[in-house]
Design a protein around this ligand. Structure first.
Ligand SMILES: Cc1ncc(COP(=O)(O)O)c(C=O)c1O
Length: 465
């Protein structure tokens, strides 16, 4: 008998209490935090969906691996375990550990990008964009048009726009040192990229002699979507699919805090040995010796084991299904979300939900605050606070105003999801009372992490009528 209920494919050995707070306590916490959820102490959060990055639960296998960690400065056994796991999945020649994904980005772009260069990507994640712009280069997002329409169903909304890519390569090839594809497309709604799209982008790039890199943070989730949605892949394992994805690229940056199932870590992997050498020189300057790159031996072990666990079918089936479950319930209640649900998160379309709040008053930010105030749930805005500030200091509304509910891996259970659902349904009932915000203080880059805001109209929620 094939039973339909998809369960968490693990049992719980260690538990960590989480704490209920009152609405009044949360109101005070918000004021103290400058209406920025990044500034909240985690102890004041009941369900923390701020990020799926580094927040996962490690397995008994990973903890056992950590005890095996070899802390030798050079040539540690743990490095070779890590290198073997990365090579098995990616097939890339040189593996460079880094303390997290953005360090891999900084080191790669430091070795490849100059002023006035352009990096096309389906959609740059915020740290990727910031690292490109830090080099004086332009981070150009070219998702397919369907990728910018939240309500539209498309199986591979994360795809890069191949026509635009071809035109860019024809017209500006000498300004394009590399092309990137982010799998899954986090800032575009956690949407997957098809194998056909990666293959075609690879052919294009190589025709113009430009290397293609994956931002591979969620490669396993992407592989699962290919398995269940793309013709010809149903019988392949997620590992085989991942291997095929990487076979089309010249390198990747990776945050092991996502599909490495680790709490910290990342890597850069690439085939060009001369480029790798330049990256390693920079690595030694800022991260550490190339066999540990800013990580402890035990971190390398945790990642090596995590990379093997993340491609297990039971895990991926449960992971993708629990996100889809929430998405289906929200859709049934008429709450607009990016469709279809992505791999690691649900993205609520705040622009459609809160039509009364103009983009200049940050509707997605306001929605995320209301979620915390009413239910103790922490989410993150992916909208104009995150992306609106231009390098020249001007303000431009973001293409979408999303609230991302990102699911830490193997952390929350079905009843947590049901509680979340109840909170969201309530927020939907009172949505017309939610009011916008203004920024009172912000740094010049990555402002969403530390900006201070306040309600633009006196309070976050207007009085009940
Ligand atoms: C697509 C993508 N790229 C890069 C990064 C940066 O990784 P890290 O947070 O490990 O620096 C993230 C992190 O969320 C991401 O989602």
């Amino acid at each position: 008998m094939n039973f339909k209920t998809i369960i968490e494919p693990f049992r719980i050995k260690t538990v960590e209490p989480i704490r209920m707070t009152t609405r009044e306590q949360r109101q005070v916490a918000l004021e103290k935090a400058g209406y920025n959820l990044f500034a909240l102490p985690a102890k004041d959060v009941l369900i923390d969906l701020l990020t799926d990055s580094g927040t996962g639960a490690m397995s008994s296998g990973q903890w056992a691996g950590m005890m095996r960690g070899d802390e030798s400065y050079a040539g540690a056994r743990s490095f070779y375990a890590f290198e073997d796991a990365v090579r098995l999945i990616t097939g890339l020649k040189v593996v460079i550990p880094t303390h997290q994904g953005r360090a891999a980005e900084r080191i790669l772009f430091g070795a490849m990008l100059g002023k006035d260069d352009i990096v096309p990507n389906n959609t740059h994640f915020d740290t990727t964009r910031a690292n490109v712009e830090y080099r004086g280069a332009t981070a150009l997002d070219i998702p397919i048009v369907e990728g910018r329409q939240p309500a539209l169903f498309h199986p591979f909304k994360g795809n890069i726009d191949l026509q635009t890519l071809e035109r860019l390569l024809e017209e500006k090839q000498e300004q394009i040192p590399l092309v990137m594809i982010t799998v899954t497309n986090n800032s575009g709604g956690g949407q997957p990229v098809s194998m056909a799209n990666i293959r075609a982008a690879s052919e294009l790039c190589h025709r113009f002699d430009v290397p293609l890199f994956l931002d591979a943070c969620r490669f396993a989730e992407n592989a699962w979507f290919i398995k269940i949605r793309e013709e010809g892949y149903a019988h392949k394992t997620p590992l085989q699919i991942a291997q095929e994805m990487f076979s089309f690229v010249d390198g990747c940056t990776m945050s092991a805090k996502k599909d490495g199932l680790a709490n910290i870590g990342g890597f850069l992997a690439l085939n060009d040995e001369a480029l790798a050498q330049r990256c390693k020189t920079n690595l030694i300057l800022t991260e550490g010796f190339p066999t540990y790159g800013g990580l402890a031996g035990y971190d390398l072990e945790a990642i090596a084991v995590g990379l093997m666990e993340v491609v297990e079918e039971d895990y991926l089936r449960y992971r993708i299904r629990s996100v889809a479950y929430l998405g289906e319930r929200l859709t049934a209640a008429g709450i607009p979300i990016v469709q279809p649900p992505g791999g690691h998160a649900i993205y609520i379309d705040a622009l459609s939900m809160l039509r009364h709040i103009p983009q200049s008053e940050y509707p997605a930010w306001a929605l995320s605050l209301a979620l915390y105030l009413e239910g103790g749930v922490r989410s993150v805005e992916i909208g104009s606070v995150m992306f609106g500030l231009q390098p020249d200091g001007s303000e431009k509304p973001a293409a979408m105003e999303l609230v991302r509910l990102a699911f830490p891996r193997r952390v929350y259970t079905q009843s947590h999801v049901d509680y979340l659902l109840e909170v969201l349904l309530y927020i939907n009932e009172i949505k017309d009372r939610i009011r916008g915000l203004c920024i009172v203080e912000a740094p010049p880059i990555l402002r969403h992490f530390s900006a201070r805001l306040e309600p633009a109209h006196g309070r976050l929620l207007s009085e009940e009528e």
